[in-house]
Design a protein around this ligand. Structure first.
Ligand code: NAD
Length: 247
């Protein structure tokens, strides 16, 4: 399905990014997964090998808060693999806290890791995609960015920013054959949500019509759909994958 296509997935060392990188490689793409931990990336590459994915999976240690590293990483991919067809902006962090006591650093770090990084990667790949007159960009937001969440003013602001950014990119680059969409996960079982107290998890579960948390694979499927043939005429959209939480 994605044979011959080159994909970059940020934050591929665990959780949703790990699943998305594997899913795209299973679909035949040549995937380059970025993350900060070389050890975790080596585990991901080993897993792809174990699964005998149809495509390929390479890794690179790249921190998405480092613009020079991003630009270098993209140049490296285009020089070695000749193209970039797919960009999945998945890397993200939380620094939760109540507004009144939120430090500037907590706000700045989250905005840089979650939103400015998306601007940097998208700007850099767009130069190649525009020349090729094709491309699929999928940015990972969150239901927090759509509906807000107490204790997550910084995170929700960054994730809402991704929506406005992506819709603008969709309008700007559509005529060049490039789509840009958002996947907004609800509560997905990863390290990010693992640290929440059981009581909080239970109260969330009660609000989810499907009465369960999602798995990283649920999000990976939505990403693969938007990157595949089914996503050809979809752009500027937010696909919420949350078990019905926001319904
Ligand atoms: P996670 O914490 O398990 O994984 C996040 C990934 O991003 C990790 O691989 C981490 O190393 C990477 N990352 C963080 N900062 C980075 C940086 N500066 N440079 C490079 N990589 C960096 O979280 P997850 O649940 O897999 O989250 C993935 C994405 O999905 C995030 O953008 C998150 O905000 C979003 N999301 C998650 C949930 C959820 O319930 N888990 C819900 C909504 C949205």
């Amino acid at each position: 399905m994605l044979g011959d296509q080159v994909a970059i997935v940020t934050g591929g060392s665990r959780g949703i990014g790990w699943s998305a990188a594997l899913r795209l490689a299973q679909a035949g793409a040549s995937v380059v997964a970025w993350a900060r931990s070389a050890d975790k990336l080596a585990e991901l590459a080993a897993e792809a090998k174990r699964q005998e994915v149809a495509g390929t999976l390479e890794t690179a240690v790249i921190d998405v808060t480092d613009r020079a590293a991003i630009d270098g990483g993209i140049e490296d991919v285009t020089e070695r693999l000749g193209r970039i067809d797919i960009l999945v902006n998945n890397a993200g962090i939380t620094r939760d806290g109540l507004l009144m006591s939120m430090e500037d650093d907590d706000f700045d770090q989250v905005l840089t890791a979650n939103l400015k990084s998306v601007f940097w990667t998208t700007r850099a790949v767009s130069r190649h995609m525009v020349r090729a007159r094709r491309g699929r960009i999928v940015n990972i937001s969150s239901v927090s960015g759509l509906s807000g969440n107490a204790g997550q003013a910084n995170y929700a602001a960054s994730k809402a920013g991704i929506v406005g950014f992506s819709k603008s990119v969709a309008k700007e680059l559509g005529k060049r054959g490039i789509t840009c969409n958002v996947v907004a996960p609800g509560f997905i079982e990863t390290d990010m949500t693992d640290r929440l107290p059981d009581q909080v998890k239970d109260s969330y579960k009660a609000m989810i019509p499907l009465r369960r948390f999602g798995q990283p694979e649920d999000i990976a499927e939505a990403i693969a759909f938007l990157c595949g043939p089914g996503g050809a005429y979809i752009t500027g959209q937010v696909l919420t994958v949350d078990g019905g939480l926001l319904t």
